[in-house]
Design a protein around this ligand. Sequence first.
Ligand SMILES: [Zn+2]
Ligand SMILES: [Zn+2]
Ligand SMILES: [Zn+2]
Length: 355
Amino acid sequence: MSELRWDPLKKNWIIMAHEKGRIPRDFFRERKPRILSVCPFCYGKEEKTSPEVFVVRPESSPADTPGWQVRVIPNKYPVLNAEGRPDERSRGLFRSMEGVGVHEIIIETPDHERGLADLSPGEIVNVLFAYRARMLALRGDDRLRYVLLFKNYGEEAGEGISHSHSQLIAVPVVPPVTAAEIEACREFHESEGDCLLCAMLRQERAEGERIILENEHFIAFAPYASGFPFEMRIFPLVHCHDFSRITDQEMASLASALKDVLQRLKKLLRDPSYNFILHTAPPPPQAEENANGLPGCYHWHLEMIPRLTKITGLEWGSGFQVNPMPPEPAAAFLREVNISALDEPFDIIYRFSQE
Ligand SMILES: [Zn+2]
Ligand SMILES: [Zn+2]
Ligand SMILES: [Zn+2]
């Protein structure tokens, strides 16, 4: 059985190649243990990294020493340079600009043995808190147009150091994937007067079969046109274009939704590699700032891609993604996973180590 499905957000066709009776076990990948003799992200190695730019730690504990819970540091091997101006140059057809930007690592826990799925919701709130703080702080830099937050977990997902961390890249142009999503949302908003993603959420909720969980503020589902087996998206239920506007209460809800889906994924597929990416609207250029922000038609979300299949010439060459596990059975498998209660109390303790 095969079906082509259109994704109105990504504007592409997915080949849903349901090979009959595929089950989660068919997607298990063997994880090789990786040996690290010295981990630069563990307690006691703070002097081996760049000085922290944001940290969650008790007031009494000095910067760049043990005692922290979440630590944000500049990447030692950044893909972009912190200095310079992103001025465009052109020579005939060829355009370039200096590779200016910020590349930071968010160390999510001091515990080398635990992944994001194993942290308590309270600990995950601290990670989200760091995301929001860095996103807001970097908006002050007028050379940068966008802050991309993402996570590579496991070797297939491109993880370098096997100590739980996510990354942030602040770039001088809006990344093409986000720009294309914003354009799709803008077009829909112009023709329908509605947010494309609010409309998508309504339809997903009405149909129900792809929903994985819903809590007070967030919903997680396997999208109708999933390009990857067990792909998930997490959306705030109330329309908002900008992640940095998330309230502390919503952050607690997001942390528990995130923990819930990560636990399901881990249990169902034996701790698979995954990437997640935070998609949010770029801040308006200072001159265009208005009361509503920009663009009101976008709706921020998290995209979660388990790395279970290989990208082949068919995908590269055509742009079609081929997905052997449609979202309906994927969501059913994920819903059925039995995870224990997640209600743990938490405190937020934080301070800036550098301003
Ligand atoms: Zn470590
Ligand atoms: Zn919306
Ligand atoms: Zn997206």
